[in-house]
Design a protein around this ligand. Structure first.
Ligand code: PEP
Length: 259
């Protein structure tokens, strides 16, 4: 994909406590080192539960691992009376590079509206974190052929007020909801159609130069055996991987999709 460094990001969801998470990161790192993985050629990141982040930080900084890490969500607020929420400031302090924002499981399970997602995107930037901004349509919308319009509307709302400088570093993840955790993968053409439309929207909002540099990931039942066909698409610059990311051998194979 045209000069963009692919990103493979593993969303662990609510799996693996901090001890299990430490083991996974070690195994992933060993596997990638065995394969002489070049992190500058394909970037690898993990998004563990909040409670694992301190342990992952210790491991990554202590052993100088090249893996990046981040969180699965953040509060739109910096501090205060928001019981149970986690500030982007705390994530930055733990060395997080990324934070997922607007995952469909947050939108559906926690009532996150486009406005909340937009506020979280701004909070990520305010704390120096790179948002992995998730979007994607449900099955009904897909059946009616409304996927592009749906995703474009979600992103217009989520990027409201985001400056060109900020947008230059955003990562967008296109995740059709009907393909998440279902084993149902979008075809490479389906993924390309929406990822290309996302890039066109970015060009309209921020200009072609910025749009050409932004990484657009696909997510939805990505596995070692289907990743290469998806990555062959011009506008797909990586994957957001759920289920397959908690198996270190499988996730390492996904990261090594060029082998
Ligand atoms: C996800 O959680 O972002 C995801 C794509 O999950 P899965 O790979 O399990 O479909």
């Amino acid at each position: 994909p045209a000069g963009r460094v692919p990103l493979m990001a593993g969303n662990w969801k609510m799996n693996l406590d901090h001890l299990q998470g430490t083991h996974l990161v070690q195994k992933l790192d060993w596997t990638l080192k065995d394969a002489k993985h070049d992190h500058a050629a394909v970037e690898v990141a993990v998004l563990p539960p909040f409670t694992d982040l301190r342990s992952v930080q210790t491991l990554v900084e202590g052993d100088q691992l090249e893996l990046k890490y981040g969180a699965q969500d953040l509060s739109p607020h910096t501090s205060g009376a928001y019981t149970g929420d986690i500030s982007g400031a705390f994530l930055a302090k733990l060395g997080c590079t990324y934070v997922a924002v607007g995952h469909s499981e947050r939108r559906d399970g926690h009532g996150e509206t486009d406005e909340v997602v937009a506020a979280k995107v701004k909070a990520a930037y305010a704390h120096g974190l790179t948002p992995i901004l998730c979007c994607g349509e449900g099955l009904e919308v897909r059946r009616e052929g409304g996927q592009v319009a749906h995703v474009v509307a979600q992103l217009r709302a989520a990027l409201d007020g985001v400056t060109p400088e900020q947008a230059a570093s955003v990562v967008i993840a296109y995740e059709p909801i009907w393909a998440i955790g279902t084993g149902e993968v979008a075809t490479p053409d389906d993924a390309q159609e929406v990822c290309a439309a996302i890039r066109s929207l970015l060009a309209e909002l921020y200009g072609a130069d910025i749009a050409d540099g932004v990484r657009v990931l696909y997510g939805g039942s990505v596995k070692a055996n289907n990743v290469a066909a998806i990555m062959a698409q011009e506008d797909v610059d990586g994957a957001l991987v759920g289920g397959a990311s908690i198996d270190p051998a499988e996730f390492a194979s996904i990261c090594r999709y060029r082998d």
